[in-house]
Write a protein that binds this ligand. Structure first.
Ligand code: PA5
Length: 456
C-alpha cells in the first residue's frame, strides 16, 4: 500500500499545509507515538489473541455446512463484516452456485430494523439451512435484539432447535446475550472488553463470517500487524505515514476543512469507505476534550465512489466551498481485466478508448480528478492498493485504526467512547418503554411538551 501526499502539501496545492506546519506539531506526534508504544490500545493487543482465532476457525468449520450465514448486528458489529465481504468476496457472492462458492455459505447482514430490508433477507433463506451469528458488544442494542428475536421466533415457529443454528458474539460478561448463552448453552465467542465496536473488525466480530466464507483470517490479521509495526518503528514524523496523515488531517481541519471525503476508485473498496465513515465520525466527533473543555471536534466523513461520483459530487468538490480534504483509494492490479475492443475504428471520437483496458481508464480518471482538484486548490491524497487481498485489507484496517487514534490524541479527545450514540440508545429504550428508563421517558415527554409544533 502506497501513500501519496503530494497534492496535499503547500507548494503543490495553493494555501496548503506546509512541511513547516507539520514539523511544528511533530513533538506532540512523537509523544503520541511513545504513549502508543507504552500502552497499545485494545485493537492492537487483540491481534495477538491466537487462541480466540483458533475458536473462530473451529466454529467456522461447524457453520460452513450451512447454505446461509446471517450476521445480526449493527454499527461496529456489522460495518467491518460488510467491508470485508465487499472487498474480498465476489460482488455477486450470494448469487453464485454452491460449487462456485467452494461450498461456503452465502452471507447476509441483518443490520437495519427496516421491515422491508429484513423481510427481503428472510424471503431469501431457508432457516433450516441457515446459521445466525448474533453480534453485539453490549449485548443489548435494540436493533440487534429485535432482529435476534425475529430470527429466534422464526426458528422456534419452524420447530428448529435454536441451539444448533445460533452463535452469539458478545462481551464475555455483560449483557442479556451473554446471559442467554450461559443459561441455554448457546455457542459463543468473546469480544474483548477493551475493544470498542468500531475497532472490533479483527476480533471474532469480523473474523467468523470471514472464515466461514473462506477468507484467510490470518492474512487479515498479519496485514494489520504489519501496518501497525511499520507505524511504530518510524520516529521521523515526515517519514511515518500514519503520523504524517494525522498531521495533515488535523491541521486541515483546524484550517477549516471540516469534511473528509474518502473516494475509492473501485466498487470492491466502497464498503471500506463505509467502515472508515463510522470510525472517523464516532471516534472523532466529540463535544469535549479529555479535560472537559468544549471543542466540538471532528470532521464530517463522506464517502464517494469513483468514477460514478465524478458525475454527481465532484462538481461540488471542485467549485463549492473549500472545506474538504479528499482521500482517494485506487488499485494497481484489478482481479479481473476487461479490454475495450477496437470497434468503430472509423470514429475518431472513440479512438482514444479503443484498445485501452478498463483499469487504465478508471485509474486515469482518478489521476485526472486528483490533478484537477489540485489545480482548484483542493487538497487530496491517494492510497494505492497494489491489489485487493486479505493482507492489504488488514493493512488498511490497522492503518486507519492507528490514524484515528493519533487524530484523537491531537484533538485531546477520547477516540474510544461514543456518548452521543449512547444517548440515542437511551432515548430509544425510554420511548420503547424499557423497564428502568422511566425517568428518561419523563424527561423526553417534558422536552416534547415544550415544543411548538410546525407540521404541515
Ligand atoms: O462503535 C460502536 O461502539 C458502536 O457503533 C456500536 O458498534 C454499535 O452501536 C452497536 O453496538 P453493540 O455492538 O453493542 O450492539
Amino acid at each position: 500500500m502506497k501513500f501519496d501526499f503530494t497534492n496535499a502539501i503547500r507548494g503543490n496545492v495553493e494555501n496548503g499545509i506546509s512541511i513547516e506546519n507539520i514539523k511544528s506539531i511533530s513533538g506532540k506526534l512523537h509523544d503520541f507515538l511513545e504513549s502508543f508504544r507504552q500502552s497499545p490500545p485494545g485493537f492492537v493487543k487483540v491481534l495477538d489473541g491466537s487462541s480466540e482465532r483458533g475458536k473462530v476457525l473451529e466454529f467456522a468449520e461447524k457453520f460452513r455446512k450451512f447454505q446461509n450465514f446471517v450476521v445480526v448486528g449493527i454499527g461496529g458489529s456489522a460495518l467491518g463484516i460488510q467491508a470485508i465481504q465487499g472487498a474480498l468476496l465476489s460482488l455477486r457472492w450470494n448469487s453464485l452456485s454452491s460449487e462456485e462458492r467452494d461450498q461456503h455459505p452465502r452471507l447476509f447482514v441483518m443490520d437495519n430494523v427496516d421491515p422491508e430490508h429484513i423481510a427481503s433477507i428472510l424471503e431469501e433463506i431457508d432457516p433450516s439451512e441457515t446459521a445466525f451469528n448474533i453480534i453485539s458488544k453490549s449485548g443489548s442494542t435494540a436493533e440487534t435484539m429485535a432482529n435476534y428475536m425475529i430470527v429466534r421466533g422464526l426458528l422456534e415457529s419452524r420447530g428448529i432447535d435454536p441451539k444448533s443454528h445460533l452463535i452469539f458474539t458478545t462481551d464475555p460478561n455483560e449483557g442479556v446475550l451473554r446471559k442467554i448463552s450461559i443459561d441455554e448453552e448457546i455457542s459463543s465467542l468473546e469480544i474483548p472488553p477493551s475493544v470498542g465496536g468500531r475497532f472490533s473488525v479483527l476480533t471474532p466480530v469480523g473474523l467468523l463470517s470471514s472464515a466461514v466464507t473462506g477468507i484467510d483470517i490470518e492474512a487479515l490479521v498479519d496485514g494489520a500487524k504489519e501496518s501497525i509495526s511499520s507505524f511504530l518503528s518510524q520516529d521521523d514524523t515526515l517519514k511515518n505515514s500514519v503520523l504524517f496523515n494525522a498531521a495533515i488531517h488535523y491541521l486541515y481541519s483546524k484550517a477549516g476543512k471540516r469534511i473528509s471525503v474518502m473516494m475509492p476508485y473501485s466498487n470492491a473498496l466502497y464498503t471500506l469507505a463505509d467502515w472508515y465513515r463510522q470510525l472517523w465520525a464516532e471516534s472523532l466527533g466529540k463535544e469535549r476534550t479529555l479535560t472537559g473543555e468544549v471543542i466540538n471536534a471532528g470532521q464530517t466523513p463522506i464517502k464517494a465512489l469513483g468514477t460514478i461520483d465524478q458525475h454527481s459530487q465532484v462538481q461540488l468538490y471542485m467549485e463549492g466551498p473549500n472545506d474538504k480534504i479528499i482521500t482517494f483509494l485506487k488499485v494497481n492490479k484489478f482481479r479481473k481485466e476487461i479490454d475495450i475492443p477496437k470497434v468503430h475504428e472509423d470514429r475518431k471520437e472513440l479512438s482514444y478508448l479503443a484498445g485501452a483496458d478498463m483499469s487504465e481508464l478508471i485509474n486515469t480518471e482518478q489521476e485526472a480528478t486528483a490533478l484537477a482538484l489540485l489545480e482548484k486548490g483542493k487538497p487530496n491524497l491517494t492510497i494505492t492498493f497494489d491489489e485487493i487481498n486479505a493482507f492489504e485489507v488488514g493493512r488498511f484496517f490497522g492503518y486507519y485504526e492507528s490514524l484515528v487514534t493519533a487524530m484523537g490524541y491531537l484533538y485531546g479527545i477520547n477516540p474510544f467512547d461514543q456518548p452521543g450514540v449512547e444517548l440515542g440508545k437511551l432515548n430509544t429504550y425510554a420511548l420503547m418503554k424499557k423497564d428502568g428508563y422511566e425517568s428518561q421517558r419523563k424527561h423526553i415527554e417534558e422536552v416534547k411538551g415544550k415544543l411548538q409544533p410546525f407540521i404541515m
